[in-house]
Design a protein around this ligand. Sequence first.
Ligand SMILES: NC(=O)C1=CN([C@@H]2O[C@H](COP(=O)(O)OP(=O)(O)OC[C@H]3O[C@@H](n4cnc5c(N)ncnc54)[C@H](OP(=O)(O)O)[C@@H]3O)[C@@H](O)[C@H]2O)C=CC1
Ligand SMILES: CC(C)(CO)C(=O)C(=O)O
Length: 296
Amino acid sequence: MKIGIIGGGSIGLLLAHYLMKQHDVCVYVRSIQQMQRLKSEGLLFEKDQKCDKEILNATLFSNWTGEEELTIIAVKQYQLSPVLAHLTVANTNKKAAFLFLQNGMGHLKELKDIEVNNILVGTVEHGANKLNVNHVIHTGEGLINIALFRGEFTPGLTDLFESPINHFPFVIKDSYLDMLSKKLIVNAVINPLTAALNVSNGTLIENPHYYSLFKKLYKEVSSVIRIREKEKAFAYVEDICRKTAANRSSMLKDIDENRLTEIDAILGYVLEQAKKKEIATPISAFLFEMIKGKEY
Ligand SMILES: NC(=O)C1=CN([C@@H]2O[C@H](COP(=O)(O)OP(=O)(O)OC[C@H]3O[C@@H](n4cnc5c(N)ncnc54)[C@H](OP(=O)(O)O)[C@@H]3O)[C@@H](O)[C@H]2O)C=CC1
Ligand SMILES: CC(C)(CO)C(=O)C(=O)O
């Protein structure tokens, strides 16, 4: 199957490495420098301290015409607008599908308006880190959950799920809302707290004072974002802190590296929903401003 990946960042390059084992993949990037490096030097893929060099088909996003059966959008949530504008004007194949992999839920309202038939959303449970424009490290093996947002599973997609790729599973979920809510709660609790307190994920449950904040924030966020089996969901968030104890969250890394964060898509979305539902969320509002202040 022909697959286009928009965004040659950590997740885009990770996807390219695994998907090109079985598919015809092209990565669409936005800088000429990245395109040239990928073309001339290939992709350096690193895992378990072993690094391989691979030939990768890459071009500029302005050349994307929508010819692929599947286009995966792997840019950050706040980078989506210009991408969506281009996806909408391109004359895409009606049988094509689009898969959006952004964290948070802020992008859902933007997807409602785009004129493409088949839209999927996904959550990424892998860890990946782009070291430079053509070098990515697979830091944590996980999986990608996928659910239908609109339209249908096209034949190409069925092919993707039925021919599994080693170490890179896709799992189909019935409800996109349940799937995204579960991940949103994880990111809404861990990311802003670690970024505000400047601590790794594990410290949130090891330090009793931070753990108290962690529980209060979970209670608040889960009163807004409806989730089945709240206690089980709380144990899940704790378990992620334990499993990724030494990691610095993506929001903390964004702050460290002077980049924008995905706070709007994560706590911003929670605050928007809280306002609609008239639920008081003082801790989330406080943390939201703290992160915005750090971004400023
Ligand atoms: N990294 C991880 O381990 C995980 C990431 N995620 C989620 O996946 C999503 C992507 O994250 P990640 O890969 O880490 O982010 P990165 O910042 O590494 O990658 C985003 C990429 O998108 C590119 N891009 C932005 N706008 C455009 C455009 N208009 N056309 C073409 N390319 C564009 C950027 O290009 P440029 O480099 O030129 O700026 C960058 O390479 C996020 O929502 C994140 O939360 C989820 C779980 C884990
Ligand atoms: C699961 C978690 C919190 C791991 O660090 C993450 O997804 C992130 O940092 O964005």
